[in-house]
Design a protein around this ligand. Structure first.
Ligand code: HSE
Length: 291
């Protein structure tokens, strides 16, 4: 039996729309064991069939490896919150591919896994940090993923503010304009390189001033109830960067002093929706497995 642990991710990070992705120390954990038939354990009933995304990825990877489809028992031990912009589907896809590699004794090749995962997901921005960890900048050219990693300074504390409502990526994409204003594109693009260095150098003052985005956040924040209220609470206490995790509904606030978590949590209680605040650091390992 193999256990596979995959970090949750935010893909996008501020002005890095559809390219920057960050892995956090919040995980989905799955186990895989050879079995006579296909079996699931721990998933909601609706996912206990061949349409389970972990299994779809498992089968796809076996095809890619030219291996026969084998019976498997897939269990979920911990699962990322779904439809909250924390890359839950990426964790399923990456875990399924790892399952196929491990159960067929195939040597793990992260670049190859990125290629298969990108084919399944359609884009590499979540799966790249889920596989490699840290802060990734990725793109796909003619279906081939390209990915580079940036090392985020350990001192950064991220608060994932997870509400009790969902946003669907499909709807969040529909909320985007069909055409992009030239000035807005430059607004975001010109900040990107500096954002990367600020994460590496722990440049909290610069980060606070330049993480902002005009490509997707102005449109998507309208879909997230109490976005302004949550942001105002964070900024009145401790915030050196605030962004929508993926396509929402989770928001990420970067704080300097982890002791400020309690005050933020207290203030969030005054809001109408329920906001769960989880403090975390960047994950540096990406996907790992144990026997
Ligand atoms: N970058 C994508 C988006 C990620 O923002 O739509 C969604 O998973």
């Amino acid at each position: 039996m193999f256990e596979v642990r995959v970090p949750m991710t935010s893909a996008n990070v501020g002005c890095g729309f559809d390219t920057l992705g960050m892995a956090f120390q919040i995980y989905s954990v799955f186990t895989f064991e050879k079995n006579e038939k296909l079996e699931f354990y721990g998933f909601d009933k609706q996912f206990c069939n061949e349409n389970n995304l972990v299994y779809i990825a498992f089968k796809k990877a076996l095809e890619y490896l030219n291996k026969p489809i084998i019976g498997v028992k897939i269990s979920v031990k911990e699962q990322a919150p779904i439809a909250r912009g924390l890359g839950s589907s990426a964790t399923c896809v990456v875990a399924g591919i790892y399952g196929a590699y491990l159960l067929t004794n195939t040597e793990i090749n992260k670049n190859e896994i990125l290629k298969i995962a990108t084919e399944i997901e359609g884009h590499p921005d979540n799966v790249a940090p889920a596989i490699f960890g840290n802060l990734c900048a990725s793109c796909s050219v003619d279906g081939n993923p390209y990915n580079v990693q940036y090392d985020v300074d350990e001192r950064f504390n991220f608060i994932a503010l997870i509400p009790n409502f969902e946003t669907k990526t499909e709807e969040a994409r529909k909320a985007l304009p069909k055409e992009l204003n030239f000035k807005d594109a430059i607004y975001s693009l010109s900040r990107l390189g500096i954002v990367l260095k600020s994460f590496e150098n722990y440049d909290t003052e610069i980060l606070k001033n330049i993480l902002d985005d005009k490509i997707h956040e102005p449109y998507r924040k309208l879909l997230i109830h109490e976005y302004d209220e949550v942001r105002n609470i964070c900024e009145s206490i401790d915030s050196c960067g605030f962004f929508i995790s993926g396509s929402g509904s989770t928001l990420i606030n970067i704080i300097k002093d982890e002791k400020n978590l309690n005050e933020i949590t207290e203030k969030l209680k005054s809001l109408k929706y329920e906001w769960k605040a989880i403090i975390t650091k960047v994950d540096k390992k990406g996907t790992i497995f144990t026997l």
